[in-house]
Ligand binder design. Structure first.
Ligand code: GDP
Length: 534
């Protein structure tokens, strides 16, 4: 066992996935509270409230400014170090969210018990499923009149294609919510409303069949007992391998706002969620306990601190140990970085970091040296795979209102492109830059940021393209032949070819039939809706 093993094994890195308003902010705050990372409830929420005071895209703008501290939260609970990664909530920012999900080892899905499975949850879950990320499920808001637990369980199973294994079961709901029966510990935890109660102060009744429960909770208890019988007969037993493969999800019921059910979720993260595992690079598979440091940039955030116009690259440590002042090689460019001001995100304030292990997230301030998808090592030529860029679905042309500001526009778009805020395409023929996005809001944010951060007013206008595909060649005759074929393709299609922020050649077309025709005419060209790394 290496020296690193105990450190790696006590790490848990996860994100919360949910539809807006299901209770992610509330639960995040309660997890921090129960782990002792914060003392006073309300601080996370206060920030969110201040965001709501503004118009929609201004809110995003603010969020970007404020969310540094909350983008990664590290807490210690029992003997574990838990890293909670925030996922941007707005659906137009889903691309960013997808990339955050590549940096976690587990996800906590929060379901509003009144609304069941909602669209945003479904989308995010698909990303987790594609990566076999283990999912824990928290059904929230049992203090309200909500759907029947059996119906919710059925909906989750049907809609999300996972087997649900209840770990707790609610007794009543809304006004008669009595608490939850813990099917594993064979006890009932009694619900008392209120935000003040913290760990270890709950009333616990031993034995879920304890006759005193029937007397005390009456019909609600009888119903819960009947449902549990049904579930016991129908649901399979918890199977760790199935959970780790993302096919089975343990389900917990509670009420985040009332601090109820939060501790079970924290315990489940420690007991069930996996520590950091192996990660795939193009060259080989990397084990987290290998002595040499390596990590991958999964998110870049710009100008987060209004006092410094900095950019922070968020890097997930994949192996080894990071120590302040060590030299790191940026594999893509071959450059060496010696970050002295690396930050970690403890208890929601930026803190200087001395060391980090696999699963931890570190923030490296830089000025354009790091790009999304970059791998950093102590020298080895490694490139991690799996950081997704999705082919945009909306396109616009972008020009400057004032031609003297062309330089600012180019610089601004270059940086925004590297950050992943938008995709920028330079046409092979023609000089007007194009923007690609997955959500309309991205264009508005980019226009706003170009004006306020780079001092240039942009004119954003409609564009005929609707589909983008990254192109590579595969002739089966070696790299030189591939390159010739790719160049032949680019020349023949120059009126609809462009290069993106990392210079990857991209085909832009108007209609799906056009794309199909091109595909059949060029059998040695591969068309990709997903690009995985620089
Ligand atoms: P987010 O958008 O997913 O981050 O959701 P929030 O955490 O901001 O919660 C949305 C709303 O639901 C807020 O008004 C919360 O106070 C409320 N809420 C969160 N948890 C509960 C709960 O357990 N019960 C009830 N009744 N309301 C809750």
């Amino acid at each position: 066992m290496s020296d690193l093993a105990p450190q790696v094994r006590r790490r848990r890195t996860f994100a919360i996935i949910s539809h807006p308003d299901a209770g992610k902010t509330t639960l995040t705050e309660k997890l921090l509270l129960f782990s002792g990372a914060i003392q006073i409830a309300g601080s996370v929420k206060a920030r969110k409230a201040s965001r709501h005071a503004t118009s929609d895209w201004m809110e995003i703008e603010k969020q970007r400014g404020i969310s540094v501290a909350s983008s990664v939260m590290q807490m210690e609970y029992r003997d574990c170090v838990i890293n909670l990664l925030d996922t941007p909530g707005h659906q137009d920012f889903s691309e960013d969210t997808y990339r955050v999900l590549t940096a976690v080892d587990a996800a906590l899905m929060v379901i509003d018990a009144a609304n069941g499975v909602e669209p945003q949850t479904r989308r995010l879950l698909q990303v987790c499923r594609a990566r076999n990320t283990p999912i824990l499920t928290f059904v929230n808001k049992l203090d309200r009149e909500v759907q029947e637990p059996l119906a919710l369980m059925d909906e989750i199973e049907r809609e999300l294609g996972m087997t649900v294994v209840p770990f707790t079961w609610p007794v009543g709901m809304g006004k008669v919510f009595g608490g939850v029966l813990d099917l594993r510990k064979d006890q009932m935890r009694v619900f008392t409303p209120g935000e003040d109660r913290v760990a270890g102060t709950e009333e616990i009744v031993d034995g879920i069949a304890n006759p005193s429960l029937a007397t005390r909770f009456g019909a609600a208890y009888e119903q819960a007992s009947g449902e549990i019988e049904l579930v016991r007969d129908a649901a399979p037993a918890f199977d760790e391998a199935e959970f780790l493969a993302g096919r089975q999800t343990p389900m917990f019921f509670g009420s985040a706002v009332n601090n109820f059910g939060v501790q079970e979720v924290l315990d489940a993260l420690v007991d069930l969620a996996p520590p950091p595992g192996d990660r795939a690079a193009i060259q080989r598979t990397v084990h987290p306990e290998e002595p040499k440091f390596s990590g991958v940039v999964f998110k870049i955030q710009a100008n987060m601190d209004p006092a410094h116009r900095d950019r922070i690259a968020f890097l997930r440590v994949a192996s080894g140990k990071f120590e302040r002042g060590m030299n790191l090689k940026v594999v893509r460019s071959g450059k060496t970085l010696r970050p002295n001001t690396v930050v970690t995100f403890m208890s929601q304030k930026r803190e200087l970091l001395d060391e980090a292990f696999a699963g931890d997230i570190i923030g490296i301030p830089n000025h354009g040296v790091l790009q999304l998808g970059d791998t950093l090592t102590e020298g080895e030529a490694l490139q991690y795979t799996g950081l997704p860029f999705f082919a945009p679905e909306m396109f616009r042309m972008v020009e400057v209102a004032d031609p003297l500001k062309t330089k600012q526009l180019k610089a601004g778009l270059q940086q925004l492109g590297e950050e992943g805020a938008i995709q920028v395409f330079r046409p092979v023929a023609g000089s007007v830059l194009m923007l690609g996005a997955v959500g309309q809001l991205q264009f508005e944010v980019v226009a706003h940021r170009l004006e306020h951060e780079y001092g240039c007013k942009a004119r954003i206008s409609p564009c005929r393209f609707q589909i983008a595909r990254w192109v590579t060649a595969d002739t089966g005759e070696g790299a030189a032949a591939d390159e010739r074929e790719l160049n032949r393709f680019i020349d023949a299609n120059s009126h609809r070819m462009a290069h993106d922020a990392v210079n990857a050649p991209t085909l832009l077309v108007e209609y799906a039939p056009e794309l199909r025709a091109i595909e059949s005419n060029w059998p040695k060209i591969r068309f990709h809706a997903l690009r995985e790394h620089a």
